[in-house]
Structure formats: C-alpha cells, structure tokens
Design a protein around this ligand. Sequence first.
Ligand code: ZN
Length: 318
Amino acid sequence: MSDEIVIGVDLGGTHVRAGAFTSGGEMLAVKETPIEAARGPETGLLRIQHLIEVVWKESGAQALLGIGVGSTGPTDPIRGVINNPFTLPGWENVPIIARLRNAFDVPVTLENDADVAALGEYWRGAGQSIRRLYAVTVGTGVGTALILDGQIYRGMDGLHPEGGHVILDPSGPPCYCGAHGCWESLCAAPAIARQARQTDLSNSILLGMAGGDLEKIDARLVAEAARLGDPSACAIMDKVAFYFSLGIINVIHSITPEMIVLSGGVMKSADLFLPHLNKAIAAHSVMIPSNQVRIAPAQLGNYAGLYGAAYTIWSTLK
Ligand SMILES: [Zn+2]
C-alpha cells in the first residue's frame, strides 16, 4: 500500500479506464467502464469522476496528488480541452482539465492517447531509458508518437503530429484526412478488411471462415487465413506489410530513433509483417544504418496509456 498516488485515465471512443499508480510506477488498482459517448460529455465526465473515486478507494491510498488524462484525439493539451467529434460524437470543446481539477482539487494534465501510450512504454515498458523513442500503433487507425528524453514531442501550437496520415501511395484509397493512400488508409484494420472485401475470393477460404458473410471479414480473420496459407489472404497481408514497411522506413529516415515500438490490434500479427520489414530495412541502409534501429513489440498492452497518463502527472509534480 502507498499513502500517495496519482490516477491515470485512458479515454477511448468506447471505454474509459483508470488506474492508481505509485511514483515508482506500480499500478495498485485499475477499472474500466463504457463511455457511451453518444450520451454526451456531461454523462461521460460524471462517469470518469466516479471511476476515479472508485479506483482511488480501491488503491487504499490516503492522498490523491494528481490526475493524468490520455484521450483519443484531437485534444488540446495546453487549453485542457477535448475536441473530438470523430470518435466521441458531440464532445466539442469539453474542458476536462478544469472539470476534474474542480472536482478533486488536484493538478490535472491532458495528452493525446498515442502520446501517453508511448510514454507508458518509456516509463515501464519496452522503451525504458531510450532517448529517442518512436511508437507506432496499428489498430482502427495508425497512431504515432515521438518521445524525446522522456518528453512528448510537440509541434507548433502544441500540436500532436499525425504520422499515420503521411502519404505512402498517392494512387491509394481515400482517407477521411483528405489524402489518398496515407499510412492509415493502407494498413489499419479497416483497410485490411476493405481490401479483402474488394478481392475475388472465389478460391479463398476467407468467405467460408466468415460464414459466407462478406461483412464479417475483418483484419484478424485475414491474418488468420494468411497464416493458414490462403493465397488471397497472403497477397493482402503482403501488400499491407509492404506499405507498413515503407511507413517505418520513412520514420527511420526522418527521425533516426534508437527504437520503434509497435503496438495495437493489427500488430498482434507482427509475425506476418517482420520478414517484409527486415528486408525493407536491409534495402534502405545506404544513408543511415537503419538496421541499428531496434524494432520492438510494446510490453504494456492495453495499459500503456494508463501508465503514460500517470507518468505525465508524476512528471509535473516532481
Ligand atoms: Zn489519412
């Protein structure tokens, strides 16, 4: 038991999680609840407050010193506002920092979820003591973050760079970001599923695996079929791995980090990507020794964001 804790909050489009942490990074309690964003920010904020109270109580700690929030973006860490009608419909200009500060009378920080997940890996996961750490999360989207000497890299106006929307193929599919063939539109889970649905599957086991329903084909199923040697699924995963590798090569050339940490649902199939990636890295080592960049799987899974959110507030308190 610890007398003093901070609470990390990880707010996603469907769920919110909270965890109580000691200054040494030990997680004493953790809980999650659906956010039901469509009920509006007021309901959501009350749920978050309640979750924090429950986790604080369960941790057994006397004092809550601060709260760190990591939220699905866009977020404004400087003004402390979530402005995210994309994954949190109706959540426009929600002043979450002011709200939690008033409720608990402690300092509160707000960061983008990709940034806190990367920070979590820096604090207690795969990237400990790595000075230039890049993180790529491939799931529903492609999220990226850069951690420099344990600090989140920010662009102008505190902006979070959107590496997932760098363009890899201008003749590729359209994305909601306005581009064609950005990293996310080529490699995220919905992109993998879409490619499968657009493929002639008459000689493939995929349709059978999906019970004959094209709409039931998702990225996980495509990866499973590829592992079983299905030619159509293998062709899709090869193409995705090709573009994924281009994205990583661009990161290596732009940033030259010591390590790139990979996470997210699609990266559970990293074994299908790594042979392509290793080949691409070997082929692109003329300007910089790309093969010296360590590619590592994330270690904290779904809790990376909680660790990182807690770390941001502990850093502020120090
Ligand atoms: Zn895009």
